[in-house]
Design a protein around this ligand. Structure first.
Ligand code: BGC
Length: 390
């Protein structure tokens, strides 16, 4: 048995726009409905988790998990600048309470990509006031997280800086995404710091941001190693270095990307790929965790996302088993790891790719919203109950 540390958190993650449904007031909804959009389908009702979160949480808890990571939808809480909806604050507060009721430690993300449409129209992260606006939103959200242990300020700022031009790239991996906008990266960092400052008024609350660690590999061709160093720094490493001194660093790992002399290259034809077209590569997690620990100079690591889009649930179990073995090896080497949140609790809305890539431990019928747990949920719940891997 490979044992994990006492008190290790075992959970699954979602993001508001991907599961709630009818987030009609955010930037992504507008992009989904824009003429000529490359987004394959709109999010619509999504998984109706806005109403069915209790059932979602119950399924996770019944399976044996002890944590749930979800995000707040800023566009619901602050639908117009400066107006804070008390009803929506209460809604998310009920979510925190429900998680506790089921014995799930709630991990709350303040921002998972989407912003209110008014914020987008006012320049998005290029608005000089963006950090103040995000700090004000954090202030509004304090009653929700007043007794929460772990708060993620900004999800994947490194991907957000690549999407800052309003791109709706089908695929959230380096190949095919534009280079990060460095002005936006600075704004995201300032926003993260301002948010952490506000959160520091709650004693015991731990906060950090979560980075998509992309496990860049060199093709070994002449010039590829130099290109990799030049490419990886503003894509990943800068975000990890800037987490020094934070309470934790979120690691989100899925696959690897090869870098040739001209930059990222497409996945080779002769490797196993997933429904997002990514290489099946479970060691991505261990590599991401080790990089985060080194570059943050030993900030505790929280695996806030890791998973695979597949219609073959046995592959999901195999992938996760292999990823967790790598994670365990990192822990054995002395790396402090708080917990593991699988992406995702439910099959959900995978951004520009729509509903086809299925990342969930639980399947959802999109017409009736009936939830059907997959064997992988029971499997992960068993790992959680044993706090170890056979
Ligand atoms: C994001 C999720 C996304 C997942 C799979 C991460 O980049 O945080 O929103 O669904 O990866 O692409």
């Amino acid at each position: 048995m490979l044992n994990f540390p006492n008190g290790f958190l075992w959970g699954a993650a979602t993001a508001a726009h991907q599961v709630e449904g009818n987030n009609t007031n955010n930037d992504w909804w507008v992009k989904e409905h824009a003429a000529g959009t490359s987004i394959v389908e709109p999010s619509g009702d999504a998984m109706d988790s806005y109403h069915r979160y209790r059932e979602d949480m119950r399924l996770l808890a019944d399976a044996g998990l002890n944590s749930y990571r979800f995000s707040l939808e800023w566009s619901r809480i602050e639908p117009e600048p400066g107006f804070i909806s008390r009803a929506e604050i209460d809604h998310y507060r009920r979510m925190v309470d429900t998680a506790r009721e089921f014995g799930l430690n709630p991990v709350v993300s303040l921002l998972h990509f989407t912003v209110p449409q008014w914020m987008f129209e006012r320049g998005f992260w290029r608005n000089p006031d963006a950090p103040d606006l995000f700090a004000r939103f954090t202030e509004a959200a304090l009653p929700i997280v007043a007794d929460v242990d772990f708060v993620c300020t900004i999800n994947e700022p490194n991907i957000a800086a690549m999407l800052a031009g309003g791109e709706t790239a089908a695929n959230l991996v380096a190949f095919g995404l534009p280079r990060p906008d460095l002005q936006v990266a600075d704004a995201l960092l300032a926003s993260h710091k301002a948010s952490r400052e506000v959160l520091s008024s709650i004693s015991g609350l731990k906060s950090g941001w979560t980075v998509a660690t992309q496990a860049f590999h060199s093709t070994g061709e002449p010039g590829a190693d130099e290109k990799l160093r030049e490419y990886a720094y503003p894509s990943d490493d800068w975000y990890l270095e800037n987490a020094r001194g934070d309470d934790f660093i979120g690691v989100q790992a899925y696959t690897r990307t090869f870098i040739g002399p001209d930059g990222p290259i497409p996945v080779r034809d002769d490797v196993e790929t997933t429904l997002t077209g990514w290489e099946y590569f479970p060691p991505a997690l261990e590599l991401g965790v080790r990089a985060a620990w080194e570059l943050t100079e030993h900030v505790p690591v929280f695996v806030t996302e890791n998973g695979i889009a597949t219609a073959d649930d046995a592959r999901r179990i195999a992938y996760t088993d292999a990823a967790l073995r790598g994670l365990h090896a990192a822990i054995e080497d002395g790396i402090e790891v708080i917990g593991y949140e699988h992406w995702s609790a439910l099959d959900n809305y995978e951004w520009a790719s729509g509903y086809r890539p299925t990342f969930g431990l639980i399947a959802v019928d999109r017409e009736t919203f009936v939830r059907t747990p997959k064997p992988s949920l029971a499997w992960l719940g068993g790992v959680a109950r044993a706090n170890g891997l056979n």
